[in-house]
Design a protein around this ligand. Structure first.
Ligand SMILES: Cc1cc2nc3c(=O)[nH]c(=O)nc-3n(C[C@H](O)[C@H](O)[C@H](O)COP(=O)(O)O)c2cc1C
Length: 243
């Protein structure tokens, strides 16, 4: 990338920021993860530059921070900005968990409100260590070592996982992806099951309670075949008599 290319792309990020502000978004996130352009500056595996934008981590952060600064200047001061990072590259010689603490500190110093902590997707032959909530240890480290607000993400399965992560002080927020593909009403259902008041869209309000499922849950099943066998309970379902 030439200096002119860098200016052009920075201006495009700024234009996107202005559009997001006009559209009324509440949060703006700068993507610096997963091998995308800004991530490719930060990782030593992909940044092979010989100028002041390559080499040390400080140098590799220079352009992503320039872009961040330009966006922050256009984004309303009262609204938060987060930065998505790959905390580790899962590859020998790549970004380490220690590096990610430094990366988080740098963005926080420049006015980032939270780090959205992902990992990897920098090189195709990465060796990730998958598992339930597998990226949470990196959010935990950034939160508790750098003192920066974090969003944990990655194979967080249910609201029990979310509550455990938040209560243990491992992250400030959890973000779920695939769980929402499985159940687009995941958030509404998690709230209903925990008796948290949340306003449902008017059209769905009649479905805002979990339907009875266990044998012991009321109402009692109607098993009688003969109408009227249970008297008044079913009388009201009879069609009105025709005269
Ligand atoms: C269909 C799909 C598309 C995704 N696209 C992107 C993407 O464009 N950029 C990105 O950073 N992450 C993307 N992700 C990753 C999610 O942001 C998230 O980190 C990932 O799904 C892990 O969280 P989960 O285990 O709760 O799904 C995508 C995930 C899915 C399932």
């Amino acid at each position: 990338m030439s200096r002119a290319d860098m200016e052009l792309v920075k201006d495009q990020f700024v234009a996107a920021t202005q559009m997001a502000a006009r559209a009324g978004f509440d949060l703006l996130e700068l993507h610096c993860a997963h091998g995308y352009l800004l991530a490719s500056f930060i990782s030593p595996l992909t940044n092979l530059r010989q100028d002041e934008y390559g080499g040390t981590l400080d140098n590799r952060l220079r352009y992503p921070l320039e872009v961040f600064d330009a966006m922050r200047a256009q984004w309303p001061a009262g609204k938060p900005m987060s930065v998505r990072i790959s905390a580790v590259d899962w590859y020998e010689g790549g970004l380490s968990a220690e590096d990610s603490v430094q990366v988080a500190r740098a963005f926080a110093t420049h006015g980032a409100d939270a780090m959205d902590v992902s990992t990897g997707q920098t090189v195709v032959d990465e060796q990730p260590s998958f598992g339930r909530s597998y990226q949470t240890p990196f959010a935990d480290r950034i939160r508790n070592v750098a003192g920066v607000v974090t969003i944990a993400v990655g194979a967080i399965s249910g609201y029990d996982d979310v509550n455990s992560i938040i209560l243990a002080g491992r992250a400030d927020l959890c973000a779920l992806g695939r769980a929402h593909l499985y159940d687009p009403y995941w958030t509404l259902h998690a709230a209903a099951e925990q008796d948290v008041a949340l306003s449902w869209p008017v059209q769905f309000q009649r479905g805002s309670r979990k339907p009875p499922s266990g044998r012991a849950d009321g109402p009692r099943p109607r098993l009688e075949l003969i109408r009227g066998a249970t008297k008044s309970r079913h009388r009201r379902w009879r069609p009105a008599p025709s005269h």
